[in-house]
Design a binder for this molecule. Structure first.
Ligand SMILES: Cc1cc2nc3c(=O)[nH]c(=O)nc-3n(C[C@H](O)[C@H](O)[C@H](O)COP(=O)(O)OP(=O)(O)OC[C@H]3O[C@@H](n4cnc5c(N)ncnc54)[C@H](O)[C@@H]3O)c2cc1C
Length: 488
């Protein structure tokens, strides 16, 4: 565990008085009965030790800054990435896992940290479990067979500005409709409609009814195309990290040790305007002074922090109204071998009625054991974990044979249970991007917004998180060296 306060940075009572921290403590008295003890001061405080926050911290260190601290609410780093143990040396990803060939920022980071990737297994036929009966079709294609559908989406996305999607042609019109409304006008086959529903749920973390069509186009543009988003080879699901994606954060944590405080939830940030000399970042135990603050977390989680003075209305509304709908549950099963491969199956299956949306071969690189990953259909699957496991393994048995009914080990990860994630990734509903989007990225006073949701490229993905960390570090460093605001 790193030290909670670096003595070198502890400030004297005189400094505290000079910068108003005592006044801040007094104003907090109703919020917290017990005393906030340790007081420290840094040039930059980073809130959140996910990929974004740790990347930002690493950049600050590389730039020669030593006066910075990452504050992380959980007792671990990695945020929405998590290595889970499936026994017998098999590690699986409970959260973010895949990377694609155009995700240069995370691939570069992985190379620097000496974390290798390996290809997702994708040979053999795909299984469809429709009305409880399994059929197989050729695998290796994007989920939606209708090429015109994909072309149309890419054409419309090409006109969207990732910097300012709300200024794009027809932005207001697209943001007034759901993705479902647009799909309904496309004359898709019944099979493709099911595929679009499943892939939307998997990619965006919500069904088409809940997502703004403008947001869908923006997300496609940010990733470089619908096919890139939805494909395995050449797309966002092409590769995985050896040892699990959390390894990147664990390795950055090793590098940064003394600069990361775990179990430290930020509750309040006061005097964040540039007019103040410094701002105060307040946790249950400390008041920490910061010249600049990087918030490396989703806007919906920023809503758990009180900003004093209040934030401008659009930024505050973004925090308050950012949907929390991505209730991803991943369930993973280990078998002695990837036995479905011997049957010419790729381990992927879609179901029309749950209990999962999509299964995929998630075996380790060397195939030393067989692992199936299921993205649970939270509407259709039982809430009770034991019944859920039973239904999932029964459905897998219907797809791949009786061996699937008896896994040697089983793990689940339910992200809706996590107060510091509140779900997976959560897309915007109609009416939000065009009205509140302009508040997503610009720094406010001493506050610099980071986290994958703020990235221009690969927003929503681990790559976007890394990119947003680089951007925020630059922004905070720039603000440290910027001349003070002209009085009056
Ligand atoms: C089930 C699932 C599957 C996914 N699949 C993929 C995939 O295959 N490929 C891909 O690229 N991406 C995937 N993602 C998305 C990817 O994991 C995220 O985009 C990425 O990890 C986000 O990183 P981040 O640093 O922006 O945010 P986070 O990882 O959310 O980090 C934010 C950090 O802030 C901390 N925090 C929150 N509030 C406070 C507070 N008040 N004080 C202090 N700390 C706080 C949190 O504990 C957390 O550690 C998936 C996510 C999930 C959940």
């Amino acid at each position: 565990m790193p030290s909670r306060a670096n003595p070198k940075n502890s400030i004297s009572r005189r400094n505290v008085l000079a910068t108003g921290a005592v006044a801040a403590a007094a104003s907090l008295a109703p919020l917290k009965a017990h005393a906030q003890t340790a007081v420290a001061a840094y040039d930059v405080v980073i809130v959140g030790a996910g990929l974004a926050g740790l990347t930002a911290a690493r950049d600050l260190k590389k730039a020669g800054l030593n006066s910075f601290m990452v504050l992380e609410a959980r007792d671990r780093v990695g945020g929405r990435t998590l290595n889970q143990d499936l026994g017998q040396g098999t590690t699986v990803d409970g959260g973010g896992q895949w990377v694609g060939p155009t995700q240069h920022a995370i691939l570069e980071l992985a190379q620097e940290l000496d974390v290798e990737t390996f290809p997702t297994f994708n040979e053999g036929k795909l299984t469809l479990l429709m009305q409880r009966s399994a059929t197989t079709v050729e695998g290796g294609r994007t989920l939606v067979a209708d090429g015109t559908f994909i072309e149309k989406l890419d054409e419309l996305a090409a006109d969207i500005s990732v910097e300012t999607p709300w200024t794009s042609p027809r932005a207001a019109e697209y943001d007034s409709m759901t993705f479902r409304e647009w799909i309904a006008a496309q004359a898709l086959s019944e099979e493709d409609q099911l595929s679009v529903d499943a892939s939307t749920y998997l990619t965006f973390g919500a069904p088409p009814d809940a997502i703004s069509f403008l947001y869908v186009l923006y997300y496609i543009k940010s990733a470089g195309g619908y096919g890139v988003l939805e494909s395995i080879e050449g797309g966002a699901q092409q590769d995985r990290f050896v040892g699990g994606s959390q390894t990147l954060s664990l390795k950055m944590f090793e590098e940064l040790r003394d600069h990361v405080q775990l179990d430290t939830a930020v509750k309040r940030i006061i005097n964040w305007e540039t007019a103040s000399e410094v701002c105060q970042v307040i946790t249950d135990e400390e008041i920490i002074q910061a010249k600049q603050v990087v918030l490396a977390l989703a806007p919906s989680l920023c809503n758990q922090i009180v900003f004093d003075s209040p934030l401008p209305p659009k930024r505050a509304d973004l925090h308050r109204t950012w949907p929390v709908v991505g209730t991803g549950i991943k369930a993973q099963m280990r078998y002695s071998t990837p036995f479905w491969r011997d049957k010419g199956l790729n381990g992927q299956s879609f179901t029309d009625a749950g209990p999962y949306v999509w299964s995929v071969d998630n075996s380790p690189a060397d195939g030393s054991s067989g692992v199936l990953l299921c993205f649970v259909d939270t509407d259709a699957a039982p809430r009770d974990p034991e019944s859920r496991k039973l239904q999932i393994t029964q459905a897998l048995a219907a797809c791949f044979g009786e061996e699937a009914a008896k896994p040697l080990a089983y793990v689940e990860k339910d992200w809706s249970d996590e107060p510091w994630s509140k779900g997976c990734v959560s897309p915007l509903a109609p009416g939000q991007l065009s009205t509140l989007g302009e508040a997503l990225r610009p720094s406010l006073g001493r506050l610099h917004w980071s986290g994958t949701e703020t990235s221009l490229l690969w927003t929503g993905y681990m790559d976007g998180a890394v990119r947003s960390g680089h951007t925020a570090a630059l922004s905070a460093l720039g603000a440290l060296t910027a001349p003070p605001p002209v009085p009056g």
